[in-house]
Design a protein around this ligand. Structure first.
Ligand code: BG6
Ligand code: MG
Length: 214
């Protein structure tokens, strides 16, 4: 394997729960309760597309000015929840993998839909580990479109087939598969459909798993 691309929310740090909390509040504003199953379909999806999905689930239509207001509100809520993020919040197994990649000279990229990615990596103090950061500001097509990962591979100068993608979302696994990369799903649910490999946590991946692929 020539490179690793990590998703951010739910892979590097458990911010997925804060996206859920924020969207729950917004959905309540629209008069309905956002379910866990619906939230799974928001993971990996851009802020704008997420709001569109929520509006369609609620059968609500609003104009673009109102949409902008709710997108700002959601991000304010979210930023409030993540204001105290620190190195302590890095998920188990992340540092082990980052160190392994450094020792083996495997370049690392971030492939995330989030426009908050840079700030989050700074808060976690691991931004310097990433050779390339593709975030929501550099992409126009939301996962499951493979744009984010293909851009990452291109900027790293590697063939997509030689990239391992770590993802916690259904949309992200689809995006990695569409990019013809090796999808490794990390989910407490046990299994994300169509992922090449599934693990409960990054910490559960034995390093020999990679040795075989290098
Ligand atoms: C993804 C999350 O990483 O980023 C989504 O899984 C989120 O839940 C998306 O909507 C956009 O994030 P942000 O930080 O730009 O609102
Ligand atoms: Mg994610």
């Amino acid at each position: 394997m020539k490179a690793f691309i990590f998703d951010l929310d739910g892979i590097i740090v458990d911010t997925a729960k804060y996206h859920f909390k924020s969207w729950k509040i917004i959905s309540k504003n629209f008069g309905f309760e956002l379910s866990k199953n619906q939230n799974e379909l928001l993971k990996g999806v851009s802020r704008e597309k997420s709001l569109d999905r929520i509006l369609s689930w609620g059968g609500i239509s609003i104009d673009r000015f109102e949409k902008k207001k709710y997108l700002e509100k959601k991000n304010e809520l979210y930023k409030g929840f993540i204001s105290n993020l620190s190195q302590m919040d890095i998920l188990p197994g992340v540092n082990k993998l980052l160190d392994f990649a450094t020792i083996k000279d495997i370049p690392i990229a971030l492939g995330s839909a989030s426009k908050n990615a840079h700030q989050i990596l700074e808060k976690l103090r691991i931004k310097n580990k990433f050779k390339v950061i593709i975030d929501g500001n550099l992409t126009s097509k939301s996962k499951p479109h493979p744009e984010v990962f293909l851009k990452g591979a291109k900027m790293l100068g590697v063939n997509p087939k030689e990239v391992i993608v770590f993802e916690d979302s259904i949309a992200g696994v689809k995006a990695a598969n569409q990019a013809k990369m090796v999808s490794v799903a990390i989910c407490k649910c046990g299994k994300i459909e169509n992922a090449k490999y599934n693990f409960i946590s990054l910490d559960d991946i034995p390093l020999e798993f990679f040795e075989k692929m290098i």
